[in-house]
Design a binder for this molecule. Structure first.
Ligand code: ATP
Length: 329
């Protein structure tokens, strides 16, 4: 093994830099050359790269974002694009490609297998935590921390004004962030895919209105609703209108949005990224089509197909905890 290439692809996540650092330092230790391609698969398409030295990556562990930039790349969905990416890897005599990203990025890796025979290794990095075969993905813990701190601040105003707040959090189509943040902030309501049937949102609304009204009679606190993105028709503004129409309930809306993706990675994410990066370099010398994960405290290797085909549900224990301590539910 002489040369390993790295890309960061899909949504950026805090800890991607820590993963790059870990791979490059491991390679340095094993006298393997490291090339970083920019802007996800686009860098491989357009031959945009730089050699990554230990000196360059040593001080980046605490930085959010990614020094290699990230992007989506439509051309990866076509044979021509895949062939061009394979040509670039062959031209640079790359033995293995490590992709740091989410499930889409790993599907790109699988598609590339048809045109390139080098080893392909995935490191799960997405704030959504929606990948199977790993307890958490790089970036998730940091996003939960960021959203928790933000909602703690919103809570002060919610309580001071005895107000209903609808706070939208990210997660694409999964509620890992919503449930973790909802529990961590003591939200009065968590609305996510796992506990709301999208075919009976009228019932969800009726229950929510009853819960808000019941709380009004028992205490003078604010009422915080943590809402998963992509759940409610027309998003948090749609829910605001529905509460107003249903029972003249006034509410304030706050979309946390991209602040959840940024910022310095948490210690958990830095450590996870470091462990997965070291194992990725080992795996790159022995196998292909593998995602590195961490399950029950152990760093593990999994077939990339399994990791992308399965959905990782929100822990049942978290859902039960919410129902157990949620007042009025
Ligand atoms: P996140 O969920 O955090 O945004 P992701 O890796 O899932 O991360 P996507 O936008 O789904 O993000 O995918 C990133 C890139 O991977 C796409 O822009 C595309 O280049 C490539 N990709 C995704 N799906 C496929 C596929 N089926 N075939 C080939 N390439 C794909």
């Amino acid at each position: 093994m002489k040369r390993i290439a790295i890309i960061t692809s899909g949504g950026d996540a805090p800890g991607m830099n820590a993963a790059i650092r870990s791979i490059v330092l491991s390679c340095h230790d094993q006298k393997i050359q490291c090339i970083g391609f920019y802007h996800g698969y686009n860098g491989l398409l357009n031959d945009e790269y730089r050699y990554l030295s230990a000196d360059l990556v040593a001080p980046i562990i605490q930085h959010g974002g990614t020094i290699l930039k990230s992007a989506r790349c439509q051309e990866m969905h076509q044979d021509e694009g895949l062939k061009q990416v394979a040509n670039t890897l062959t031209k640079h005599k790359v033995d293995a490609l490590i992709v740091i990203g989410g499930d889409g990025s790993f599907r790109g890796m699988m598609a590339l297998q048809t045109y390139w025979s080098g080893n392909l290794i995935g490191i799960p990095a997405t704030i959504d935590n929606d990948l199977a075969c790993t307890d958490t993905t790089i970036g998730f813990a940091s996003a939960v921390n960021t959203a928790t701190q933000a909602i703690d601040k919103i809570r002060d105003t919610a309580n001071a004004f005895e107000r209903v707040f609808i706070v939208e959090v990210m997660g694409r189509h999964s509620g890992h962030i919503a449930f973790n943040v909802g529990l961590a902030t003591g939200a009065e309501s968590i609305l996510s895919f796992e506990n709301c049937n999208i075919n009976s949102l009228d019932q969800v609304k009726t229950d929510l209105v009853a819960k808000i009204q019941s709380q009004k009679q028992t205490n003078q606190n604010g009422f915080v609703i943590v809402l998963a993105e992509n759940l409610w028709p027309n998003g948090p503004l749609g829910l605001k209108k529905d509460l107003q129409d249903a029972d003249k309930i006034e509410s304030a809306v706050c979309v946390l949005g991209y602040i959840q993706r940024g910022g310095s990675p948490s210690p958990e994410d830095r450590i996870l990224a470091t462990e997965l990066g070291i194992e990725a370099v080992r795996a790159a010398q022995e196998s292909t089509g593998v995602m590195i994960g961490k399950v029950a405290g152990q760093v593990t290797r999994h077939c990339i197909i399994r990791a992308t085909e399965q959905n990782k549900p929100v822990d049942q224990a978290l859902r039960s905890a919410y129902h157990q301590i949620s007042i009025g539910s």
